[in-house]
Design a binder for this molecule. Sequence first.
Ligand code: C2O
Ligand code: CU
Length: 530
Amino acid sequence: MNADEPPPDKQDGAARPGITRRGVLAVATGGLLAGTVVTLSGWTPQPKPILAPNGGVRRTPLPIPPLAEPEIAHDGTRIFSLTAQTGQSRIHPAGPTPSWGYNGAFAGPTLRAAEGDRVRIVVRNELLETTTVHWHGMKLPAQYDGGPHQPIAPGEEWVAEWEVEQPAATCWYHPHTHGTTEAQVTRGLMGLFILQDELSEWSGLPIDYGIDDVPVLVTDRSFNADGSFAERERTAFGLLGDTIIVNGALSPMFEVTRALTRLRLLNGSSARTYHFVVQGAPMTLVGTEAGLLPDPTPINSVTLTPGERAEVLVELEPGQAAMLQSVPHSLGLLQSTSRAAGADDRFDVLELRAAPSFAGPDLSIAGLGMIAQALPPPLEVPDATRSMVLTNNKINGATMEMSRVDQVVTVGARERWVVDNQHHLPHNLHIHNARFLIVSVDGEPPRDYERGWKDTVYAPPGRPVIIDVEFGRSADPEWPYMFHCHWLMHHDMGMMGQFVVIDDTQEPPTAISTPAVHAGNPAGGMNGSH
Ligand code: C2O
Ligand code: CU
């Protein structure tokens, strides 16, 4: 943990009461600001402590989201169907939980495709409100991005289609409506989108879905006495639950049947950050959000802020047990803010229990071949340099405006962005249609678990993060992409901007005028109508 502590001058503590008080004040202000739109009754100053941090009496077998079976068209296009629907889930012993899912009651199937594949996804909205589906981590034409400009009205269908132009990665999908994203994701709308490529498939990485290639979607919720989600209990950061849910289960256990297990960790929470460790076995990082690492890296821990992913390998002996936990971590915040953000919590996430004997292919970390291309060095001459200043729910002083063009990027550009969180609260930045490498954090090299392709990066207060960004290959002056904070309450409060990608034959647009702009915000207003 020591390596992750901030330098003493960035910490506060009992010895510096002035700073502690400022911290308390700061949290209160943030809470009030949130309270003005969330309703004051919904605001709790401190998160509730995690219930059953060491699991319940009984562990539930880890549910594995089904792997979607695509229909294959004549031309090879992989056609997936997703229906956003309501349902009842058995998550909590207190009773059935009204929830939302894709093709089921909670969360969605895992989609899988490979680099070079053409995919078509038919999305049907059987909810009573407008939704969208965004493919987080994907480089694709802007009109299929699934942001607030592609609303799907109740009863309607929307079709997205593109050719996968990027190497292996653990992407995911979720709603991206204007103002109702937190509520929709909280009810359960999220799923994984796994991308494969040839290099990684031949490398010796585990690829048997649900057997040695295991999705781990980590979220948190609080429950009402009847088992329903307590949706109104928000903090200054958004929803921070007292109960951890992994793939829709409390206190899960996964039975390991192979020596090498690949965990695809996704922070699907609205506001909670996780600092994952594996107790009882070493952990090896093989991938970050937007791609695999050329060299598997032994790590002690990995921090994931909302929207971030990591792929880790755990090697076990028959009969051995290990525990994936989240432990207290420093987000570079004042102590009181850190506590309020849930970063001081410690809890079990997933127990790994190895069978008495193993079957299947005999893979090992030592036996891995090349899994990905080498990472490029920092850009010597970026095509452009942009600065993203994060303040209270604003980026560069503005909140999200559907008709405004905030940035214009040239197709295929490689740019340097400086993400500067000038606010005292934790924020991150996610960029659509892009992947990036962290060059430095406050002048220091990235941590071991941050040295890979990413699409979302944590921005600690007062410590500018420099990233080198590679954009996708599609150009279109009419449809924008988003960049935003992935704390979903901040996302809903408009901590987001838009960029278009054009080629050199196209004029930079001065405004966005998609049908969604003309319809006047059809994807719901702030916090929707619940
Ligand atoms: Cu995961 Cu723009 O979102
Ligand atoms: Cu934020």
